[in-house]
Design a protein around this ligand. Structure first.
Ligand code: IPD
Ligand code: CA
Ligand code: CA
Length: 268
């Protein structure tokens, strides 16, 4: 295993331990609201601190972008930037709904090179190193090979904080729903993406995600032979947060169904 991936795994498992312990006593948690429908618990913060400590202990000069504490270190001075979501799926976690994960990615000179998504309740560890494939625990991952949209299980995320793209999203949803075998919205974008890598979903789309939600999952998908893009299939998805992913046959078909629903606001 690449030494930097090894550190990412160590950090993700440490955070997973904190999350699992807290899940046993959800009633004791202090929860606050960052914004409408945007909750943060002490677990998000403690898990994030633990991840950052493990990383900086090994690589004190690397820079960091983490959901709760923001940017740290000067990205222009370090070629390495870690992108961290300590708990993706906080709403699920707070409800004891076991679908949440730790997401850690590393960029080297702007290119994603290492990725870990760890589901602590199911003990599923998803990892990828650029050029070396994607894994679930010790098993190599490959995207599915379904090629008919009508056979496909598609993952998505509903808008729930900012509703600015809600009408466009509903229009996409309405168009996709009758064309596919099923749509799922489990509530953790990081896990949704690695499920595409694992072939559990054939495709996925969501609007308005943040870079820490998607960075690790996207490397897993491409390393598992899948494709990721923005709503037009281009590679601005880390900036826009609008994302479409799938196996190579379904990716293009999803983009075609989405295309008529692109608005000026979505493309801005
Ligand atoms: C959220 C989850 C969710 C997605 C949201 C994300 P958080 O992350 O990934 O599935 O729909 O857009 O913000 O806030 O639980 O880390
Ligand atoms: Ca998240
Ligand atoms: Ca989070």
């Amino acid at each position: 295993m690449h030494p930097m991936l090894n550190i990412a795994v160590k950090a993700a498992r440490r955070a997973g331990g904190i999350i699992n312990r807290a899940a046993l006593n959800l009633d004791l948690l202090h929860v606050s609201r960052k914004a409408h429908n945007d909750f943060v618990s002490e677990v998000d913060n403690t898990a994030e601190d633990a991840i950052i400590n493990v990383i900086l202990e090994a690589y004190p000069n690397h820079s960091i972008l983490a959901e709760e504490s923001g940017a740290r270190g000067d990205p222009s001075k370090s070629e390495y930037q870690w992108i961290i979501d300590p708990l993706d799926g906080t709403t699920n976690f707070l409800h004891g709904f076991p679908q949440y994960a730790v997401s850690i990615a590393l960029k080297h000179r702007g290119v994603l090179t290492q990725a870990v998504v760890y589901d602590p309740s199911g003990n599923e560890l998803f990892t990828a190193s650029r050029g070396r494939g994607a894994y679930l625990n010790d098993r190599r991952l490959r995207v599915s090979n379904r090629n008919q949209l009508s056979d496909c299980l598609i993952g998505t995320g509903f808008p729930f904080r900012k509703f600015s793209h809600m009408d466009a999203y509903i229009a996409m949803f309405k168009d996709i729903m009758p064309k596919v075998a099923g749509i799922r919205r489990p509530g953790s974008a990081a896990l949704d993406l690695v499920y595409v890598a694992a072939g559990r979903y054939d495709g996925f789309w969501e609007l308005g995600l943040s870079s820490w939600d998607v960075a690790a999952g996207c490397l897993l998908i491409t390393e598992a032979g899948g494709l990721v893009g923005d709503l037009e299939g281009n590679d601005t998805y880390m900036q826009s947060g609008h994302i479409v992913a799938g196996n190579p046959k379904i990716f293009g078909q999803l983009l075609q169904v989405i295309a008529p629903h692109l608005t000026k606001e979505l493309m801005a």
